[in-house]
Design a protein around this ligand. Structure first.
Ligand SMILES: Cc1cc2nc3c(=O)[nH]c(=O)nc-3n(C[C@H](O)[C@H](O)[C@H](O)COP(=O)(O)O)c2cc1C
Length: 200
């Protein structure tokens, strides 16, 4: 009997404090992801860039409409044009590659005046960031949508038709190691079962 009680206590201890069991390759990647803005110049293969996009396409989307399109940029002249046009994406010059995540507003759930494409494409963008981290690459989400000027630049440079709206411009490259992940855990933002019940 004593043995059973001891075992039960031991099991509950591990259930509550066995945090290390939650560590796996996926959670490690999630917690080590960071915006990478400092790169060493290198070439990333088309296969790898396409693999990142494949990760993007694995994202969930409202009624599985998958209203996304991805423009992979690895051409120096196009990188330069985007570098010059986008004020908050200057790091792309050194990153050397980028992926634009764009939404096809006609394909999204709820029709063309809906906003599901933003959430669907955001999920895809986050998958790309995580896949890049997991492969030892660096990436950073830079905003295109909803800034009218940046959207116009991307549409013009990449020749996007009117039903395709650019959401995010993601420079991708080899990190120089200086960007670090932040610990953002904040228990004060957790509510259990009701707004008024804060985590202890
Ligand atoms: C919607 C969105 C827009 C962002 N726009 C930019 C941007 O234009 N330029 C930039 O350098 N970083 C941009 N970021 C990256 C954030 O600055 C970054 O995620 C934040 O500082 C947290 O740091 P971390 O990604 O390293 O955790 C953006 C992130 C998101 C989600």
């Amino acid at each position: 009997m004593k043995k059973i009680v001891f075992l039960a206590v031991l099991l509950s201890f591990f259930a509550v404090f066995g945090g290390e069991k939650m560590e796996n390759e996926t959670t490690k990647t999630i917690f080590s992801r960071k915006s990478v803005r400092n790169y060493v110049e290198t070439q990333i293969s088309p296969e790898t860039l396409e693999f990142l996009v494949k990760a993007g396409m694995a994202a969930p989307s409202a009624i599985d409409r998958r209203p996304w399109e991805f423009i992979i940029i690895n051409d120096k002249a196009t990188i330069k044009k985007l570098h010059d046009a986008l004020p908050y994406a200057k790091m792309v010059g050194k990153a050397g590659h980028a992926i634009v995540v764009a939404g096809n507003i006609e394909k999204q759930a709820g029709g063309k005046d809906s906003t599901f494409w933003i959430m669907d494409c955001s999920a895809a963008a986050q998958n790309i960031l995580l896949a890049a981290e997991s492969l030892g690459l660096g990436a950073v989400w830079t905003a295109v949508y909803p800034d009218a000027g940046r959207m116009k630049s991307v549409v013009e440079i990449l020749g996007l038709p009117s039903n395709i709206v650019p959401l995010a411009f993601i420079p991708v490259g080899k990190p120089d190691g200086s960007d670090k992940p932040k610990d953002k855990f904040d228990k004060a933002k957790i509510h259990w079962n009701h707004w008024s019940n804060k985590a202890k």
